[in-house]
Design a protein around this ligand. Structure first.
Ligand code: F0G
Length: 484
């Protein structure tokens, strides 16, 4: 083994919690993993929980609640109208965001639905640093056009820019000028999930607000990972270092007219979300739709106990010890993968680590489905599940202001909150090292079946030529790539 590729010992990432309840996980044997992969058509969405050792498919709804949150479930008030749990939740969201009207929803996309029905006009445009795919779909559902204005550096995984999540302000200005009168809203996604979970700086947000005011356009925040974003600002932005993270978060909200949140991320709950806005009229419209699609305004598709746990989770997510550890874990995974030579987006951001699939599999073209090769290889080597896909973005040429389509291949190891420890992360790093070692032997994957909608959830694939690693047990090559 090459010494240089050994893990470089680092300061331990000290957990600001200890374990009170455990959940068993198991690593299936290599032969089982091969059989399972074949059986599910190499689509990681078909894998079953009991067959996964470490699940990095998403950081959404997969976190661990605290003892305080579990205890709060018992005092949740299940009153249909006027629940006390709603009051606790409402007060918390008001304190954190500063907005007047708080509308609970069962998860982020329900909030997107409520807001987009009001703000996205048919034939209009919604501008964003990048919209998450469900948000984009809600804009399109209104026959409006979603446009993503992230800077070109976001495509450069080696460029260590601290705020790759920022709006490209030239593109924003060009879009506002060229499509004057057509722009319904600007949406800032914090952190920018599709730009490798890189944060948005407070300075960038201020400039976005200035441009929005100049053109008379409202600004909204997708706050799903607002706490991670605010923490990264306190670590990276000149003038913000050392400020209380809750104050920084509040400054972001003050620059917008409202927000929605998938609380399954920085709400530290397994289900939940909300819309929070200043405008009485928008709040009324959202509440009326809420009754139709989610529930009464004091529960909005959630149980009283969910609201109670969420009120606590939102405060815990702004705890600086928690955030320091959370972001340090992502950095540990990022640094470890980089040290063994895996091409990852740098610097580390929130939510997880992003892999440059094209560079990992230079012999595979985009049509060969290298993302499927990666998810299959990682499961095969370590029983670890991750996700990979291609997002189709529409962006703007900053000089001409014309719309341009661009694909963003996105392969992510998303880290659930408060779930895995350092040995788990070391296992993932070692598994990725094995993936890298064997990548040149990985086959292309052919699409066998795919539905017309949501293809990435339901598609099935097969290797075009079986790789030598897929030989039956007993015929496998021996070495450190063997595990389990
Ligand atoms: N906004 C962002 C930035 C998201 O990342 C997500 C979900 C949503 C909105 C939608 O929220 O799932 O509660 O309806 N992201 C998950 C992920 C699914 O894996 O990144 P939801």
């Amino acid at each position: 083994m090459n010494d240089k590729r050994e893990r470089i010992p680092r300061e331990p990432v000290r957990e600001p919690y200890r374990t009170k309840v455990v959940e068993s996980i198991r690593l299936p044997s290599r032969a089982e993993r091969e059989r399972l992969l074949r059986g599910i058509g190499y689509n990681p969405f078909y894998l079953k929980s009991q067959d996964i050792y470490i699940d990095l498919l998403t950081d959404s709804g997969t976190g661990a609640m605290s003892d305080t949150q579990w205890a709060a479930l018992m005092v949740g008030d299940e009153t249909y109208a006027g629940s006390r749990s709603y009051d606790d939740f409402e007060q918390t969201v008001r304190d954190i965001t500063g907005y007047d009207h708080i509308v609970p929803v069962h998860q982020g996309r329900a909030g997107e639905h409520l807001v987009m029905q009001s703000i996205a006009r048919p034939g209009g445009i919604v501008l964003s640093n990048t919209l998450f795919d469900t948000t984009r779909a809600h804009v399109e559902y209104r026959d409006a056009l979603p446009v993503d204005l992230l800077a070109d550096i976001a495509w450069d995984f080696d460029e260590p820019h601290p705020f790759k999540g920022n709006f490209d302000l030239d593109k924003l200005q060009a879009a506002l000028e060229n499509h004057r009168g057509r722009v319904s809203a600007i949406v800032a996604t914090l952190v920018n999930n599709l730009a490798c979970s890189s944060p948005v700086s407070l300075e960038n947000m201020r400039r976005v607000r200035e441009l929005a005011d100049r053109f008379g356009v409202p600004v909204f925040i997708d706050a799903s990972r607002f706490a991670e974003n605010a923490w990264l600002v306190t670590q990276r932005e000149a003038g913000q270092r050392g400020r209380p993270v809750a104050d920084v978060a509040r400054d972001f909200f003050a620059l917008a007219d409202g927000c929605w949140m998938s609380a399954k991320k920085d709400g530290l709950v397994n289900i939940g979300g909300f819309v929070a806005v200043r405008s009485d009229q928008l709040a009324d419209e959202c509440r009326q739709r809420l009754v139709l699609f989610e529930g009464f305004p004091t529960y909005g598709g959630l149980a009283g106990r969910d609201l109670q746990a969420l009120a606590i989770g939102l405060r815990e997510a702004l705890d600086e010890d928690y955030l320091r550890h959370r972001v340090a874990q992502i950095e540990y995974l990022h640094d470890g993968m980089r040290e063994v030579g895996v091409p990852v987006s740098t610097p580390a951001g929130g939510s997880g680590v992003y892999v440059d699939v094209a560079r990992l599999y230079p012999h595979l073209t985009p049509e060969d489905n290298p993302g499927i090769a990666l998810t299959a290889d990682l499961y095969l080597h370590g029983g670890v599940r991750m996700s990979a896909g291609v997002f189709h973005l529409t962006t703007v040429d900053p000089t001409s202001g014309t719309l341009v389509n661009r694909d963003f291949p996105c392969a992510r190891l998303a880290l659930p909150r408060r779930v895995y420890g350092r040995a788990h992360l070391d296992h993932v790093i070692a598994s990725m090292r094995d993936v890298l070692d064997g990548a040149h032997k990985s086959p292309a994957y052919r699409l066998v079946t795919a539905p017309r909608v949501l293809a990435h959830f339901f598609a099935r694939f097969e290797p075009v030529a079986p790789p030598s690693d897929h030989l039956p047990p007993g015929n496998q090559p021996r070495g450190r790539a063997m595990r389990g």
